[in-house]
Write a protein that binds this ligand. Structure first.
Ligand code: SF4
Ligand code: SF4
Ligand code: SF4
Length: 180
């Protein structure tokens, strides 16, 4: 069984937002909404400060509160790759999942259902990378299967320091940020 994950090298990200534009185009995201976004965070202690630039999105958590709280089963874990998805037709727009997600990764689509990153599963199932990964001009994002020790994501995590966002929430995020 595959376990899809994304590994992002924050040292290579230049904050160009190409990933955000690519996602909006690929997934036809309406004006005023985004499935991914850029965070700039100052890290370190003065005078040794540096800026971490992160491309963020749903973390496709291994322990996803958004799935557990959903009253209709619209939010679910896909049977391939552990990707967290939403079945729009089952969603009643109650916003329980929006409140449960510690990452503010979801929004209510103007058509009335919860929406968020899908890891571009429609592309992945065709053997393609997610749109954000495919367009990044600095190649700072890598997508793949953590269950395969020979995959690029497995090798990167084995060889570089990395962190996840808000690990203390216990969600077990599957987007990893590599640091120097
Ligand atoms: Fe960073 Fe790549 Fe996104 Fe540009 S496209 S903001 S370099 S992750
Ligand atoms: Fe759910 Fe939020 Fe985790 Fe995505 S980041 S799987 S929406 S809890
Ligand atoms: Fe489930 Fe939709 Fe309610 Fe979210 S808004 S908890 S996906 S029914």
């Amino acid at each position: 069984m595959a376990r899809y994950a994304m590994v992002i090298d924050t040292g290579k990200c230049v904050g160009c937002m190409d990933c955000v534009v690519a996602c909006k185009t690929e997934n036809n995201i309406p004006d005023g909404f985004s499935r991914d976004w850029i965070v700039e965070q100052v890290k370190g202690k003065f005078p040794n400060l540096h800026m971490e630039i992160r491309s963020e999105r749903c973390n496709h958590c291994d322990n996803p509160p958004c799935v557990y709280c959903c009253p209709t089963g619209a939010s679910h874990i896909h049977d391939k790759g552990g990707v967290v998805l939403i079945t729009a037709g089952k969603c009643i727009g109650c916003k329980a999942c929006l409140a449960a997600c510690p990452y503010d990764a979801r929004f209510i689509h103007p058509d009335g259902y919860a929406d968020k990153c899908t890891f571009c599963i429609h592309r992945v199932e065709q053997g393609l990378d997610p749109a954000c990964v495919a367009v990044c001009p600095t190649h700072c994002m890598t997508f793949g299967d953590l269950e395969d020790p020979q995959s690029e994501v497995s090798k990167l995590l084995a060889s570089r320091n990395h962190h996840t966002i808000l690990p203390e929430t216990g969600t077990r995020p599957q987007i990893y940020y590599m640091v120097k």
